[in-house]
Design a protein around this ligand. Structure first.
Ligand code: SF4
Length: 445
């Protein structure tokens, strides 16, 4: 059994791929190690949609290549968005890499490793980057990584939108939805393994099914998943405002398993900038959608993402965004300074904004949002809420940690249990008695 370590970088969608890869390695009798220092085989699943991610991937690969000199590593494998974006050139840049795989090829890794080790002395990096057909990967189960209380379910790969600043469609290809029955079976497997909360992810979950012959829609999937008995919660991440239908809002309002939480990246609110970004929505659509959701689901927590300093963003455009954020639609917000990504259309747009002005605008947005989020969370003090217990807190093993339905994993705050006890994976009623920045403190009722 080859001692193998899988190092995963990037977004929750990459986490799903890494869990599928781990499943295949275990199925092929590889021994999985949590750390790379004693591994004979090291596999890096990379992210490369933007230069900072590319740099992180290269730094990580170079660091792990060190184990080929100092440690037990006999084979360094790189998969994911970096090889998909740059191809065999990565192997020329970093000759320590033995095998390269694209985003739709990682299922070939176990066999390729055995073949490579059976034929030592291969001097050149072997590169397996095939057509972007994710069909073979759809039905591969995930080896859920701890804490088991929650997991991600990737409902589609690729993207049919064409935002002018984004390289993802050129890396991952057009959208390919996973058939509904496969997703329901995978969700059932996760629940049997102890998962109580499933977070639906894709580049654009609201486009789910548009490419499926049976024209299944996101609502059909949500209804099917909600019928899984021991599944406690379903969370919607990466929804495109343009595609949020009245039926979807009605389902969120009515189906108790669907969290009162939805992540809807709007990116901006000025029509001029939205048009230049290649976004489908305009300010009025976005406002109407958010108001409809808030009217129908009053205690909803909305998360969004905005980009400031996009080429051509005038003082007036920025003012519109700042005023919109100040209205407090969002409980949580991720804000980013525009990055002129090499190969994207927007990188060539005129009127690029100076970096210091970008950062000034970014800070202004972050300051406003910080106080809005804290105000919203402070209003939770005295409320009774359901918390999914994840286990002992990483901060101190005197405290249990968990999350309410309005705290998404890995991006929002946590709820620390100061009184009472409960099993990991259980959903319990708590009374919230305090709040510090984005974290809540509660006692079990
Ligand atoms: S929706 Fe736009 S930003 Fe998101 S992955 Fe697709 S093209 Fe990129």
């Amino acid at each position: 059994m080859l001692k193998t370590a899988v190092v995963n970088l990037g977004c929750p969608k990459n986490e799903v791929d890494a869990e599928k890869l781990v499943y295949l390695l275990l199925k092929n009798n590889f021994q999985l190690l949590a750390e790379p220092d004693e591994a004979e085989v090291i596999i890096v699943n990379t992210c490369a949609f933007i230069q900072p991610a590319v740099e992180e991937a290269v730094d990580t690969i170079l660091y792990l290549a060190g184990f080929k000199k100092e440690g037990c590593c006999r084979l360094l494998v790189v998969t994911g968005c970096l090889p998909q974006r740059y191809g065999a050139a990565i192997g020329q840049e970093i000759p320590e890499i033995d095998l390269l795989f694209g985003t739709a090829d990682f299922h070939k890794i176990p066999t390729a490793i055995k073949k490579f080790l059976a034929n030592p002395g291969q001097d050149k990096t072997s590169c397996e980057i095939g057509p972007l057909n994710y069909g073979e990967l759809h039905s591969v189960p995930q080896q859920i990584s701890p804490p088991l209380a929650y997991s991600y379910l990737k409902i589609a790969e690729g993207c049919d939108n064409r935002c002018s600043y984004c390289m993802i469609p050129s890396i991952k290809g057009p959208q390919q939805s996973v058939p509904l029955e496969i997703l329901v079976a995978q969700a059932q497997q996760m629940v049997t393994a102890g998962v109580r909360e499933i977070n639906l992810v894709a580049q654009d979950i609201t486009a789910y099914g548009n490419d499926l012959v049976e024209n299944t829609q996101l609502n059909d999937l949500l209804k099917a998943l909600s019928r899984i008995p021991s599944l406690g919660r379903l969370r919607l991440l990466y929804a495109y405002p343009h595609r949020i239908s009245a039926e979807l809002i009605e389902l969120i309002a009515k189906e108790s398993k669907i969290c009162n939480y939805i992540d809807i990246p709007i990116q901006h609110i000025s029509d001029t900038i939205l048009a230049s970004m290649g976004r489908h929505d305009r300010a009025l659509d976005i406002r109407r959608t958010l108001e409809t959701i808030k009217n129908r689901v009053p205690d909803i927590y909305l998360r969004s993402t905005v980009i400031v300093g996009f080429p051509g963003e005038s003082e007036d455009d920025f003012k519109k965004l700042l005023n919109f954020i100040e209205e407090g639609f969002f409980a949580y917000l991720g804000a980013f300074a525009y990055w002129p990504e090499e190969g994207s259309r927007a990188a060539k747009f005129p009127q690029q904004i100076p970096q210091d002005l970008k950062e000034e605008r970014l800070q202004a947005i972050l300051d406003i949002q910080q106080s809005l989020t804290e105000k919203r969370l402070r209003a939770e003090i005295g409320q009774t809420r359901k918390v999914l217990i994840e286990g002992l807190s990483q901060e101190s093993d005197l405290l249990l940690q968990g999350r309410t339905a309005f705290q998404a994993p890995e991006i929002d705050g946590l709820t620390y249990i100061t009184e009472g006890d409960a099993e990991p994976g259980s959903i319990v009623d708590v009374e919230i008695h305090d709040c510090h920045e984005f974290d809540l403190f509660a006692r079990i009722k």
